[in-house]
Ligand binder design. Structure first.
Ligand code: HEC
Ligand code: HEC
Length: 256
């Protein structure tokens, strides 16, 4: 056994026991069919919207200081309100994750109202059964790590905004981000199966005990980014070895 192979073997042992088992993300349970909202929810949501959102998004969601959200759908509303991004205080500032400003009931009402404005995407279903960790890793590294980092600790996008850490992101939030493309994140046209593969890998990164770069004392995105590059290169080598190993196992299997 070469030294590199031994390192890969240790990494494989570190894979949480959930690898290879079936997980259905609890956050998405019961959402297999898009939720139907009642007229009274839509009405209550309209009042909340007029008080807290219309100053930027317009009386009927047509836009103003903020974007037109008539086709944003329940997916974007759920993403923006449950992560506390909306309501925004300063329309020119990047929306960041914070405590939600509304109760669960009010959040449902606001989502009902935004969903009623057009034909935007519903809150997606996340189902991780049958996903393959190495497939998810490949897609994540190609599409997500350029901004969020190899270990999902976040980084600069190069366009003046920060791609946040994905460690607090619930599975349904990861799916919604890919569907709605918040802020400077691109809107990925992935199908549900591809999204689920990526979410499987994000959960794997979240479960790792000591994500590289997280404990540098908050010295700011640029130095952390450089350190992240060094740490990230090591992680990429390990992941590459890991994928090689996963491929060997998956040969003849059900890889999509
Ligand atoms: C071009 C850079 C870029 C790429 C590529 C990118 N993102 Fe993002 N992502 C962002 C930015 C910027 C934000 C913050 C959005 C905002 O301002 O609200 C974000 C936000 C997110 C969030 C919300 C985090 C939270 O919980 O609050 C998730 C989840 C996410 N991205 C997942 C992904 C995944 C998965 C991929 C790959 C399929 C990806 N991103 C690719 C830039 C990017
Ligand atoms: C101070 C102005 C302001 C207020 C108040 C505000 N928003 Fe926003 N909203 C914005 C801006 C600016 C963006 C675009 C931000 C971005 O792209 O990150 C945005 C983005 C959104 C989006 C995403 C649109 C998309 O196409 O993905 C939704 C949904 C949304 N807001 C809903 C709301 C709701 C609901 C409220 C009230 C609870 C609210 N906003 C309050 C300014 C505001």
């Amino acid at each position: 056994m070469t030294r590199a192979r031994r390192v890969a073997a240790v990494l494989l042992l570190a894979v949480p026991a959930t690898a290879g088992t079936k997980i259905v993300a609890s956050a998405a349970r019961g959402q297999d069919t898009p939720r139907r909202y009642t007229q009274s929810e839509v009405e209550a949501g309209r009042k909340l919207f007029q008080a807290g959102c219309a100053s930027c998004h317009g009386e009927d969601g047509e836009g103003g200081l903020g974007p037109d959200i008539r086709e944003a759908g329940a997916a974007a509303a759920h993403f923006q309100i449950t992560t506390g991004r909306m309501p925004l205080a300063d329309p020119d500032a990047q929306a960041v994750r914070k405590e939600p400003a509304y109760s669960d009931t009010q959040i449902d009402q606001l989502i009902a109202y935004v969903a009623s404005l057009g034909n935007g995407p519903a809150i997606p279903t996340v189902d991780l059964s049958g996903t393959n960790l190495s497939t998810g890793a490949e897609i994540f590294i190609a599409n997500c790590s350029p901004c969020h980092g190899a270990t999902a600790n976040g980084g600069a996008t190069g366009r003046g905004s920060l791609a946040p850490s994905l460690h607090p992101s619930e599975p349904v939030i990861v799916a919604e981000a890919m569907i709605t493309g918040p802020g400077q994140m691109p809107n990925f046209g992935f199908d549900a199966a591809t999204r689920n593969e990526i979410i499987r890998y994000v959960r794997f990164l979240q479960a790792r005990p000591n994500p590289g770069g997280a404990d540098l004392g908050g010295i700011g995105p640029v130095p952390e980014g450089f350190a992240g590059l060094a740490i990230g290169m090591g992680a990429l080598v390990l992941i590459a070895l890991f994928i090689g190993k996963g491929r060997a196992h998956a040969r003849g299997g059900v890889e999509s």
